[in-house]
Design a binder for this molecule. Structure first.
Ligand code: ADP
Ligand code: MG
Length: 420
């Protein structure tokens, strides 16, 4: 079918034309359609057959512009092809953490996928102070599997190069290059300075040559490294979860890039939640300490779980693969290389986490964890602390010996007073 923007009213008749939908629904006259309005970029509909709640799907359609801005910000619909391909690849590697694709229509820029029924956007749960006991275990599994199996450490060289060529996503990468790695440090018109943020906090970000140089290094790594197929936008709004299950959605920014970008994105959002929860927990009449402790512990478990699982996959597949550095005599050189590799990914993780945090404070797109705090003084305090943490993470990214040392610094700088 040639492209047209779907409405809730038109969706049932359209779905009836997709052969795989005959398995999902038995009565296309009896479909209830609800539009989910919280996406920034695309249209998402939840479709359920009346009287059969298990017969339900999620439909996502890309339109040729950025939804939250409007037709003045054009964006090609090619991004849906990227998203479908990434959902399929990540789903094959990690079916328990990625919604299944039931049908895709490139002409219509649309995907029909598994509807996550009892899951909530992770960011919203974290804002409410919910504990997700399996979150870091699941996210670290997702990261280890998607990043290892799409890298040169697993794939044959020709297959890897073909994969890189097939994952090109220049338009959405450009958004990240501008909004994450350039504009926040440049007093760009796209920036959105929070109402209470003191000018000296902005100057610290934009008049700081060592920081600017470090951000330049991260941008260069983002643009040139082709280590693995990334999700590309792995913040807590791209995760849907409950106490038992965790799903990663929305991979339209997917491309081949540096592994630390995905790991860092997730950890950055835990740190942003951490600075927000001082106020949020108190506001809810609770002692902030236990929940904030859980957030930092989750950052530790995400990194440590990722590292452990990634290394286990690497050692396991080295036995049956080609071995990335060949066959050495005693295995020692492979272990030395592995340790150096993980140090590199760790430093990248911290550097990218920092950029993600800084852009969420001064750049165009905010996180509700902080921006949703209505008490301006409390919001500003969280923002100043986030910037202070980010500055330290990026400048010292090669100096941290462990994630434990990182969260100790986050705790210390997360107590920065407003006038510091
Ligand atoms: P966008 O690309 O516009 O950001 P998302 O993929 O983030 O769109 O989806 C927007 C919203 O739609 C999500 O925040 C979530 O509430 C809902 N949603 C997305 N995918 C699913 C799904 N598979 N099942 C249920 N709800 C979903
Ligand atoms: Mg999204």
């Amino acid at each position: 079918m040639p492209f047209q923007v779907l409405t809730a009213a038109a969706l049932p008749a359209y779905l009836a034309t997709l052969p795989p939908m005959q398995e999902r629904f038995t009565d296309f006259e009896a479909l209830d359609v609800a539009e989910v309005g919280d996406g920034n970029v695309n249209f998402v509909f939840l479709v359920t057959q009346r009287g059969a709640p298990e017969r339900t799907v999620c439909v996502k359609q890309a339109v040729p512009y950025l939804r939250c801005v409007g037709e003045s910000w054009p964006l090609t619909r090619h991004r849906m092809d990227v998203e479908v391909r990434a959902l399929r690849e990540f789903g094959a590697l990690c079916p328990q953490h990625v919604p299944a694709v039931y049908a895709a229509d490139s002409e219509m820029s649309l995907v029909v996928m598994q509807r996550l029924c009892n899951h909530r956007i992770l960011r919203l749960g974290l804002i409410d102070g919910l504990v997700y006991p399996r979150m870091s275990d699941h996210i670290s599994t997702y990261l280890a599997r998607t990043l290892f199996f799409t890298s040169d450490l697993y794939l044959a060289p020709d297959a890897k190069k073909a994969a890189v060529a097939g994952a090109s996503n220049p338009e959405l990468c450009r958004i990240t290059e501008d909004l994450v790695f350039t504009h926040p440090y440049d007093d760009s018109p796209t920036n959105a300075y929070p109402p209470g943020l003191p000018p000296r906090a902005i100057e610290r970000l934009q008049r700081n040559p060592p920081l600017r140089a470090a951000v330049g290094e991260m941008k260069y790594a983002f643009m040139t490294a082709t280590e693995a197929r990334l999700h590309g936008d792995l913040h807590t709004g791209s995760v849907m979860a409950n106490a038992e299950e965790t799903f990663v959605i929305d991979p339209e920014f997917s491309f081949y890039g540096p592994m630390g970008f995905d790991v860092g994105a997730f950890i950055a959002n835990l740190f942003l939640a951490y600075v927000a929860q001082e106020h949020r927990q108190r506001d809810a009449g609770r002692d902030p300490a236990p929940y904030r402790e859980w957030l930092l512990q989750s950052a530790v478990e995400t990194w440590e779980g990722f590292e452990r699982k990634f290394l286990a996959l690497w050692r396991e597949h080295e036995a049956d693969g080609t071995g990335f550095i060949g066959r050495d005599l005693d295995g020692e050189s492979a272990e030395v290389f592995r340790a150096a590799f993980m140090r590199h990914v760790f430093a990248d993780t911290l550097g990218f986490a920092a950029c993600k945090m800084m852009r969420r404070i001064v750049g165009l797109a905010k996180v509700a964890d902080i921006a949703g705090i209505t008490d301006v003084a409390a919001r500003t305090l969280a923002e100043v602390r986030a910037l202070r943490i980010a500055e330290h993470l990026i400048l010292s990214r090669h100096a941290f010996g462990s994630i434990g040392a990182v969260v100790a610094a986050v705790e210390r700088l997360g107590a920065t007073p407003l006038d510091a």
